[in-house]
Design a protein. Structure first.
Length: 305
């Protein structure tokens, strides 16, 4: 974005500049990087930043989606639309295929989430393509375990993460040196908040899936959370299906992501809602993070992104 003489960088410019620098560091330091792309707002923002970092050239990495089979249709449709629009490579690998090939046990219960099984598919995909760096849209304000990550977060040869084995990143110096079999997870928007993302989306006029804006949907009340009715959850006789006007703050699987009641039909409305809330997006809407205080950290230690 061109600036007038004497222009002072605001905080969004600074965040954007840092993220672009990190993306270019990945391109410079690694041989086979990949950008994990789900069709959610954070990964969409990463794609927008990559366009700024590398156009008019092609991305120096493919987009990779680990498809659980429980995704929101709106997110999948947007994923395909965006990748076709920008003309970049999209690699999709299926958790359902991993379940069959590895003979894994399909989760059961009311909300049969495949989140834990994503790890197997991700690690298989890293091995299949020899990826040495995977770029993701995680932010430190999302969840306690994510707050322990560095920008360049090393994983061992088994995909495991040791929160105590973190490299210092002094003066924005990122060390991508790894041994054979290791890889690095990279978080270019780690220093952004949910509100930063939305302010940047507004400034840059970034298109998003409709699921982020208020719409009517059939839901059930589960422990104070509105969970969408879908083929992937088990409806019990005690469940009361209601039609509510809701939107999603974060887009995970339909089995583990709850909606919030909202009338926010535009980005300004969403920004006002976020400014007024005291709850993180994952804390308010992710069912799977309620399993235990260390649920996310345990998954990350085993290779989860």
């Amino acid at each position: 974005m061109s600036k007038e003489p004497g222009y002072q960088l605001d905080y969004l410019d600074q965040l954007e500049s840092e993220a672009i620098h990190i993306l270019r560091e990945v391109a410079g330091q690694f041989e086979r990087p990949a950008l994990l792309f789900s069709g959610g707002k954070d990964s969409i923002t990463l794609v927008h930043l990559a366009l700024k970092a590398f156009r008019p050239g092609k991305f120096p990495f493919p987009l990779v989606h680990i498809d659980t089979g429980h995704n929101f249709p709106e997110a999948l449709s947007f994923r395909d639309q965006l990748t076709a629009q920008i003309g970049e490579t999209l690699i999709v690998r299926s958790v359902a295929d991993t379940i069959r090939s590895r003979q894994l046990t399909e989760p059961g219960g009311k909300f049969a989430s495949r989140n834990a099984l994503q790890t197997f598919t991700l690690l298989d995909t890293i091995e299949e393509f020899g990826f040495d760096a995977c770029i993701g849209g995680a932010r430190r304000d999302e969840e306690k375990a994510r707050a322990k990550e560095r920008i360049f977060s090393i994983r061992d040869e088994f995909g495991g993460w040791d929160p105590k084995r973190q490299r210092p990143e002094i003066w924005n110096t990122y060390n991508g040196r790894i041994r054979k079999g290791e890889n690095v997870r990279v978080f270019p928007i780690s220093n952004w908040t949910e509100l930063d993302i939305w302010n940047y989306i507004r400034r840059e006029n970034i298109a998003l899936p409709s699921i982020y804006f208020a719409h009517e949907r059939e839901v059930i009340d589960f422990e104070g959370q509105w969970v969408a009715v879908s083929p992937f959850i088990r409806l019990d006789a005690s469940d009361n299906v209601e039609r509510r006007r809701v939107r999603y703050r974060t887009v995970g699987d339909m089995t583990c992501t709850a909606a919030v009641e909202s009338a926010a039909s535009g980005i300004d409305d969403i920004i006002r809602e976020i400014t007024a809330t005291r709850t993180s997006e994952r804390g308010e809407t992710r069912i799977d993070d309620r399993v235990s205080e260390a649920a996310m950290e345990d998954r990350k230690k085993n290779g989860y992104f």
